[in-house]
Design a protein around this ligand. Structure first.
Ligand code: ADP
Length: 282
């Protein structure tokens, strides 16, 4: 299965991708994660990408495409993949078409995760990531609990950190960039007959069920497999973990800067203009 998850920042692409990885066994390819690993690793790519990321703009297409080309050629991607955060503009979508054509691996589906603007802002403010295993939580909607209390890497409680670009000013810019550059992809993929739209608000499991239905994947409706052996950790996470160990000096990685910032309470705020309602976007 080769799919793209489309959706604004905070729409749950990462969380739902992780569920697909656990239950369907195909890798998640997140350009955001790959770029953050490059920043944390202090590589040339990371250096070039960091400024755009920190200000909420898109990183240069040429950098992102080079990274994706390399990643899609790795052996685990032959079984299929979930693209999360890529493509993000029309140029990237066209480039992906050509790349997948040359690999003879066309996309099966593109799922658009629909979430109201005010809810996106609320979710992003509560988002935290485990610095060790990379798992995404939300202090407001899905805090670590039950079987997810312990980190699968450290075997301790998760070390929750906030992404440096999850701050108010950058979030507003990311949402603006999404509207301008990424939203046109909805029509692009609709015209190709690949688009499926799901309501991504409400209970996490309910969203997963809607995703399962949209993709026609019964395994996704079932409970997650008991525990993943460490050997199945994705190359992206391995790279990020390696980068964390080997990196020297400061680079602005969220993984290096645990913050105890409390989640802001939900606000139907100034930043949630009614004109951006879900209904309008369809
Ligand atoms: P978001 O939650 O905003 O979707 P991501 O983790 O996907 O965050 O991406 C974080 C940042 O990395 C983006 O704001 C952007 O600067 C950069 N980025 C990620 N994917 C791409 C891409 N496909 N093209 C250009 N820049 C990207």
């Amino acid at each position: 299965m080769r799919i793209v998850l489309l959706g604004a920042p905070g729409s749950g692409k990462g969380t739902q991708s992780q569920r697909l990885v656990e239950r369907v066994g195909i890798p998640q390819i997140s350009t955001g994660d790959l770029l953050r690993a490059a920043v944390a690793g202090g590589t040339e790519l990371g250096r070039l990408a960091k400024e755009a990321m920190d200000s909420g703009r898109l990183v240069d297409d040429s950098l992102v495409l080079g990274m994706i080309r390399e990643r899609l050629r790795e052996p685990d991607a032959r079984r299929g993949f979930i693209l999360d955060g890529f493509p993000r503009n029309l140029a990237q979508a066209h480039a992906l078409d050509h790349l997948l054509e040359s690999l003879r691996q066309p996309l099966d589906a593109v799922v658009q995760l629909e979430v109201d603007y005010g809810e996106l802002v609320r979710r992003i403010s509560g988002r935290r990531t485990c610095a060790d295993c990379g798992r995404v939580f939300n202090l407001l909607t899905s805090p670590p609990g039950g079987a997810s209390v312990r980190c699968s890497v450290s075997q301790q409680a998760h070390r929750l950190v906030q992404r440096p670009d999850d701050n108010e000013a950058t979030v507003a810019e990311r949402l603006r960039v999404y509207d301008e550059k990424t939203r046109p992809l909805i029509d692009f993929y609709r015209a190709r007959g690949l688009l499926r739209v799901i309501n991504a608000e409400g209970d996490l499991d309910a969203v997963t069920r809607r995703l399962a239905q949209a993709l026609d994947v019964p395994a996704l409706r079932a409970a997650p497999k008991a525990k993943r052996p460490a050997a199945r950790k994705s190359p992206v996470k391995k790279r990020a973990a390696r980068a964390k160990v080997t990196r020297k000096g400061s680079g602005g990685s969220s993984a290096r800067k645990p913050r105890a910032t409390p989640a802001r309470p939900a606000r139907k705020s100034r930043r949630a203009p009614a004109k951006r309602s879900r209904a309008k976007r369809r």
